[in-house]
Design a protein around this ligand. Structure first.
Ligand SMILES: Cc1ncc(COP(=O)(O)O)c(C=O)c1O
Length: 321
């Protein structure tokens, strides 16, 4: 085993596992990249370190200077990953969270030493973004990294996730991932298209108006600036729509190949399976997909144990991501 000087060196270089046992077609292989192996538990560790490194390189954050404050609206993995990175780098992180986020998320942020500012639960994550934006405007001395607009988000995936995928699966024909900030799809998608132009890049989205934790429908009205800056509409070959119920069904099914994954990863796997089913019988294909995080933070959803209708219903009221 290698020896590392810091936990931050453990970010990235995640394993890829063959989950073709769940493929609907014998001519289509599906491989899943396990991002839950990152130290703070998700794909967003790559983004958090990239955002902080870029801010330090630009002189926005100064290592070692006391009392530097960052603010970020995130109930999800970015907040948790940033909290870990800030703890190690000595920055104070304020996270704006809708009051109805799941207890696991609140606990994890507190564990990493972040300060929590509540935003109205009824306004969801968009309300948290608005409040963070207002507080950042009122406190120009605070740093607002804002992953939805920060080029360091897709750059993390262009530099690391994309090259790792091509190194480990050179025969890749399709990349299927969820669309949240679009950082993964823009960064990995751009890298793969440059290196291997025939690779198809597919985005998994919930239907407009429905919620799959971690993912967003571009039809809901907000298009992340990084999606526009990276010409996302041209980069993506196709979108697959996955409903909340399917995300739970596939989260459960992933245990059949030994994977205990978060709910958006269930949705993304459902998307990969839809992609596989559309491939001609006489064509062979290799789909690479992303497991964004593991299931631990979602245990209070009852996703693996409760009646599926109750789980889907509960997920409308509590923000798990
Ligand atoms: C659990 C989970 N699913 C999906 C996504 C979507 O990824 P991205 O923001 O790169 O589009 C993320 C990241 O926000 C995530 O943490």
């Amino acid at each position: 085993m290698a020896r590392y000087a810091s936990v931050l060196e453990l970010i990235g270089d995640t394993p890829i596992v063959d989950v073709s046992a769940l493929s609907p077609k014998s001519n289509v292989a599906i491989l899943a990249k396990l991002e839950g192996r990152n130290p703070a538990g998700s794909v967003k560790d790559r983004v958090a370190i990239s955002l902080v490194d870029a801010a330090e390189a630009d002189g926005i954050l100064i290592p070692g200077k006391p009392d530097q404050i960052l603010i970020e609206p995130s109930s999800g993995n970015t907040g948790i990953a940033l909290a870990m990175v800030c703890r190690l780098r000595g920055y104070h992180l304020k996270v704006v969270l809708p009051s109805n986020v799941s207890p696991e998320r609140r606990q994890l942020l507190l564990a990493w030493g972040a300060e929590i500012i509540d935003s109205p639960g009824t306004e969801g994550s968009n309300g948290a973004v608005r409040l963070a934006q207002r507080l950042a405007d009122e406190h120009s001395e605070w740093t607002f990294l804002y992953q939805y607009a920060n080029p360091a988000n897709p750059a993390a995936h262009y530099r690391t996730t994309g090259p790792e995928i091509l190194r480990d699966v050179p025969e890749i024909t399709h990349f299927v991932a969820g669309l949240g900030t679009s950082g993964t799809l823009m960064g990995v998608g751009r890298f793969l298209k440059e290196a291997k132009p025939d690779v198809q890049v597919w985005a998994v989205e919930p239907p407009s108006g429905e919620m799959v934790d971690g993912l967003r429908s571009l039809e809901d009205g907000y298009i992340p600036p990084i999606f526009i800056d990276n010409h996302g509409a041209d980069l993506l070959d196709r979108k697959v729509v996955v409903r909340p119920r399917e995300s739970i069904e596939w989260t459960r099914k992933m245990t059949e190949v030994g994977l205990f994954v978060g709910l958006s990863s269930g949705a993304i796997m459902a998307g990969a399976v839809k992609c596989a089913s559309l491939i001609d019988d006489n064509e062979s294909a290799t789909i690479v997909t992303i497991v964004c995080d593991d299931g631990w933070k979602y245990l209070s959803t009852g996703a693996w144990s409760d009646d599926i209708d109750d789980v889907v219903d509960r997920a409308k009221k509590i923000i798990y991501f």
